[in-house]
Design a protein around this ligand. Structure first.
Ligand code: NAD
Ligand code: UD1
Length: 343
């Protein structure tokens, strides 16, 4: 069984990917410093899969722990999730973001070179496109200047990988540009643990429905969209996890010194009001919400052209927006009024 190192594997997307790797016959080896996750996620992974996972508690910037992993396992490929991801915080602590998100990538690439590990899947984001001029967004849509240090770490991360692969180091890389990951594992055993007050729409919806927040504010209903609220492409986290498995299988077949980028979305755009109404309908609830002013710097509308990932990876999103809303709510219910799994 091939072993895949997952940096940030205790986090939201990493934990779901660990499950999908197991389901596909690949063994995940998890490295996480738990800066934004909890060790008990490992217990939850065991509950879901019936398997014990190798877990290393450590910083991906630290070669000592990476070397230890390679002494104990033969690593066939890496999925690099480890990063800080709070857009607002990145404007206050830009150096922390550049150091963690880019430093970890550089350390990882050196480690891979020395150990002869060839395959890497990198977590990028649709944030690199900013507000696209043409929709849907294809992979050749020009990237825009980043709106935040966080967004810039994704853009620069991609640039580092492109330059590195050009130098013919004998590796193969896929960068996945995620649209808006939402939902949770249908078992409701793992999901997203937002830090403090959620800034993202879906955790704010579920916390409002749970009574943790009083009211959701819709940031603007006077945009040039069918109902005036902004449009995004919401992708279920289990579908997203599966895209990583498919990306690895794709890489294993490719010649060395290969770099490719894929959008990961559903190809469908939904407005904020559509998301709210889907949540209400599928869960039989009424959500307390109000229309408020626009959020500064918001992208008005974006959704993915998914033809490339459909054709080249054979990947298709299976879950619907209703599934996303059902699973997000079940995850929230499993948390009760707690903000974290074990708080
Ligand atoms: P997350 O915070 O839930 O997971 C990241 C994990 O990495 C956490 O468990 C954290 O403890 C760990 N970590 C951070 N720095 C580390 C380090 N130096 N060493 C070891 N572990 C470290 O975030 P997520 O939502 O699962 O995101 C995963 C990746 O996907 C990130 O790179 C993120 O930027 C990217 N991404 C996320 C979204 C999103 O909306 N969630 C969208 C686009 C891209
Ligand atoms: C945010 C990040 C982006 C990241 C993406 C995926 C910012 C500026 N950008 O983008 O870098 O890649 O998440 O995680 O934070 N909304 C409300 N009320 C709320 C919260 C959100 O109406 O309380 C609306 C927003 O205006 C937006 C939509 O919901 O139209 C989605 O917002 P959000 O979840 O923050 O994601 P993005 O804006 O796509």
């Amino acid at each position: 069984m091939k072993k895949i190192l997952i940096t940030g594997g205790a986090g939201y997307i990493g934990s779901h990917t660990a499950v999908e790797l197991w389901n596909a016959g690949l063994e995940p080896i998890i490295l996480d410093d738990l800066s934004n996750s909890h060790a008990q996620v490992l217990e939850r992974l065991k509950d879901i899969t019936g398997k014990s996972f190798s877990f290393y508690m450590g910083d991906c910037n630290n070669r000592v722990v990476l070397d230890q992993i390679s002494r104990e396992h033969e690593i066939a490929g890496v999925i690099h999730f480890a990063a800080f991801k709070a857009v607002g915080e990145s404007t206050i602590k830009p150096l922390d973001y550049y150091k963690n998100n880019l430093g970890s990538l550089l350390v990882l690439l050196e480690y891979m070179r020395e150990k002869g590990i060839r395959d890497l899947v990198f977590s990028s984001s649709c944030t690199v496109y900013g507000q696209p001029d043409v929709l849907p967004v294809t992979e050749v849509t020009p990237r825009k200047d980043a709106e935040s240090p966080y967004g810039n770490t994704k853009k620069i991360g991609e640039d580092i990988l492109v330059d590195y692969v050009k130098s013919k180091p004998g590796i193969r890389v896929v960068a996945l540009r995620y649209f808006n990951p939402v939902g949770a594992h249908p078992s409701a055993k793992i999901g997203e643990l937002p830090m403090g007050t959620p800034q993202n729409l879906v955790p704010f919806i579920t916390q409002t429905a749970a009574g943790i927040r009083q009211k959701l504010t819709v940031f603007g209903n006077d945009y040039d969209t069918p109902d005036g609220s902004c449009i995004r492409d919401y992708i279920h986290v289990v579908d997203l996890a599966d895209a990583h498995v498919k990306a690895l299988g794709f890489l294993f077949q490719k010649p060395l010194d290969f770099y490719e980028v894929f959008n990961v979305g559903t190809g469908r755009g939904n407005t904020v009001l559509e998301v709210i109404h889907a949540f209400e309908k599928v869960n039989g609830l009424k959500l307390a919400y109000q229309i408020g002013p626009r959020r500064a710097g918001d992208v008005v509308k974006t959704w993915a052209d998914t033809r490339k990932i459909n054709q080249e990876l054979g990947w298709h999103a299976k879950y619907t927006l209703d599934d996303c809303m059902r699973d997000s709510w079940r995850w929230q219910l499993s948390l009760g009024e707690r903000k974290g799994i074990f708080e």
